[in-house]
Every structure is written in structure tokens, then in C-alpha cells.
Design a protein around this ligand. Structure first.
Ligand SMILES: Cc1cc2nc3c(=O)[nH]c(=O)nc-3n(C[C@H](O)[C@H](O)[C@H](O)COP(=O)(O)OP(=O)(O)OC[C@H]3O[C@@H](n4cnc5c(N)ncnc54)[C@H](O)[C@@H]3O)c2cc1C
Length: 297
């Protein structure tokens, strides 16, 4: 077997990685050195089939009982980004805000929405991250993936994409290693000011100084904002342990200090049941919940 050049950590506390600053331990964390290294892992390591690929953990709740097997972190190893004619080639571990800045410097104003998404491109590809009327997959031309240990290049039309969901048409969810994104060429000054405006608006409306995972719930299909429903039910400020529904944005649950994953998950369930009881709407989660519950949870 080819020797892997990346970093291995064992019994790694996922609270150090996840933006909620909560969660259990991963049996093993692998941080590949680069694209070739992660390719070797996917192709040769029998544990790759069950590995969990993560980026910045900004949409991830890891239960307190932790994760068996390997967690593969794309950042910072998969970090290449370059302009190729009218496309941007970007690897999975690049931060979305970094892509937004890079694209703005090239005059691609319609990439500005990435500035407000604190995850990686890999996470954005997996989640179809979006905001302000734009979504990641509107801009994907091709994606480089590993599926069943094999490396393959796919056109965007090979995927079924929806609101915060992406999969192959046969239902498989691959590991995204890189993508070629297209944007509309415009003016550099306009592109940069769009990024600045967007970040200013976010700072006014979101609790950016507190650990969170962004919007916890998907907006219901009828277009109502989940935040408006939660607020209308009087749930702002509702807390379980160290987890609290944000006073600033009702669709955010913040870790006020010392929250464990069970506090957060229990608060998610409480919000769902209160909103369902008061409005008849069942909110579905946008955050991905992984790992085992602690036996005493
Ligand atoms: C303050 C704040 C604001 C936010 N605002 C927005 C917003 O406006 N719009 C929005 O869409 N999201 C938003 N988010 C949520 C989050 O940033 C996005 O969902 C982001 O795309 C997650 O990227 P990540 O790298 O952190 O993924 P992670 O949280 O690490 O993983 C999320 C999911 O993607 C999978 N995944 C990660 N990398 C890969 C890969 N390379 N291949 C395959 N699967 C992978 C993981 O297994 C997991 O299921 C916000 C979060 C915060 C904290």
C-alpha cells in the first residue's frame, strides 16, 4: 500500500473542528496532504468506504458518543485554486469566503454569495450551499469526485441537485475533491463592493460572534422563513443546557458556553415540536447530524 503523507490524529475531539464547538470524539481523523494523497486513501484504504468527509464542520452536529472509523478533513490539504479561462478550478478544502475574494478580484460579481458561507467548497458542493438567491450548483460545470474508491470527472448534469441536497442520479453521494465553477464576468469594483455589502448585512442579522451552524432548519416548501415561524412561536431565547435559540436570528441555535451535542439536539427537537404544535408545520433540519448518542443521553 502507498504510504499516505497526510496527518493522522486518533481520538480527535470533534468539538475542536465543528463550528458549534460541541460533539464527541472521532476514532481517527485524517488530514490528507493533497489531492493525490486523498486519492490514495480512497483507492487503497479499506476504511475509505465508510469514512466521513468534512470541511470546516460549519453544518455538522457530531453526537456526544462520537464517530467510529475515519473522518477525512479536506482543509487545508486540498487547497489549490486557479482561474482557467472563464472558469475557476477550486479544490474541496478551499474556504468559500476565499473563493468569493478570489472571484471578485477576477471581476466575477455573481460569486459574492460565497463570502457569507463559512464552510469549504467541498461542503458547499455536498450541501448545495446558497443564500441571497444563489446556490452553489448554479455555477458548477464539472466536479472531480471519488466514488467507490474510483476517481471520476462528472458534468453537473450527472447530479440531482435541490434545496441543500446533492446526489448522483442513482442516489450515491460521492466525495467531492474539486470543481470547475463558472461565473459571469463583470466589474472588479462592483464585485468587491457586493462582497463587502453582503458581509455587512450578515453581521447585522446573524449572531456571528457565537458558535453556531448557521440556519438549523430548512425553510418550508411554501417559502415561509423557518426563522419567522420559530420567532412567531416565542422561541427566541429558549435554552437547554448551554444551547439557546439566538435572540438575533431565530433559525440559529448558539452555544452559549459548555453546550454538548445532546443539548443542541434536544433543543432542535423542542423547536420542531413547539412549531408543529402551534403552526402545524414540521420543520426539517438543514444541519447534518452524525455519530452515536452517548448511552446516558
Ligand atoms: C454563521 C454561519 C452562516 C452560514 N450561512 C450559510 C448560508 O448562508 N448558506 C448555506 O447554505 N449555509 C450556510 N451555513 C452552513 C455551512 O457553512 C454550509 O452548509 C457549508 O456549505 C458547510 O461546509 P463545511 O465545509 O463546513 O461542511 P461540513 O459542515 O464539514 O460538512 C457538511 C456536510 O457536507 C459533507 N461534506 C463536507 N465536505 C465534503 C466533501 N468534500 N465531499 C462530500 N461531502 C462533504 C459532510 O459529510 C456533511 O454531511 C452557515 C454556517 C454558519 C456557521
Amino acid at each position: 500500500m502507498t504510504v499516505l503523507r497526510g496527518l493522522w490524529k486518533h481520538d480527535f475531539p470533534m468539538s475542536q473542528l465543528a463550528s458549534w464547538r460541541a460533539g464527541g470524539v472521532a476514532e481517527a481523523l485524517f488530514i490528507p496532504a493533497d489531492l493525490t494523497d486523498v486519492g490514495t486513501f480512497c483507492h487503497e484504504d479499506p476504511r475509505a468506504g465508510n469514512a466521513l468527509f468534512v470541511g470546516h464542520g460549519s453544518n455538522l452536529l457530531v453526537r456526544d458518543g462520537g464517530i467510529g472509523g475515519v473522518v477525512v478533513r479536506t482543509a487545508p490539504g486540498l487547497c489549490a485554486m486557479r482561474q482557467e479561462d472563464d472558469l475557476i478550478y477550486v479544490e474541496a478544502g478551499v474556504g468559500c469566503p476565499k473563493l468569493a475574494k478570489f472571484a471578485a478580484a477576477a471581476g466575477f460579481a455573481d460569486a459574492a454569495f460565497f463570502a457569507g458561507v463559512p464552510g469549504t467548497i467541498g461542503g458547499a458542493l455536498s450541501m448545495n450551499a446558497g443564500c441571497h438567491g444563489s446556490e452553489t450548483w448554479q455555477h458548477v460545470k464539472q466536479a472531480l469526485v471519488f466514488n467507490d474508491g474510483k476517481r471520476a470527472l462528472h458534468d453537473a448534469c450527472d447530479f440531482e441537485t435541490g434545496y441543500r441536497s446533492v446526489r448522483f442520479k442513482n442516489g450515491d453521494t460521492p466525495f467531492f475533491a474539486a470543481a470547475w465553477l463558472h461565473f459571469v464576468q463583470g466589474n472588479i469594483t462592483v464585485a468587491r463592493s457586493r462582497v463587502r455589502d453582503l458581509l455587512r448585512r450578515r453581521a447585522q442579522t446573524q449572531p456571528l460572534g457565537e458558535p453556531s451552524c448557521g440556519s438549523v432548519f430548512r425553510n418550508p416548501p411554501d417559502g415561509t422563513a423557518a426563522a419567522a415561524l420559530i420567532e412567531s412561536c416565542g422561541l427566541k431565547g429558549r435554552a437547554i443546557g448551554g444551547a439557546m435559540v439566538s435572540h438575533k436570528h431565530a433559525n440559529f441555535i448558539v452555544n452559549t458556553g459548555g453546550a454538548n451535542a445532546a443539548d443542541i439536539e434536544n433543543l432542535i427537537v423542542l423547536v420542531q415540536s413547539e412549531v408543529a404544535a402551534q403552526t402545524g408545520v414540521m420543520l426539517n433540519t438543514e444541519v447534518r447530524i452524525v455519530g452515536r448518542k452517548k448511552t446516558d443521553d
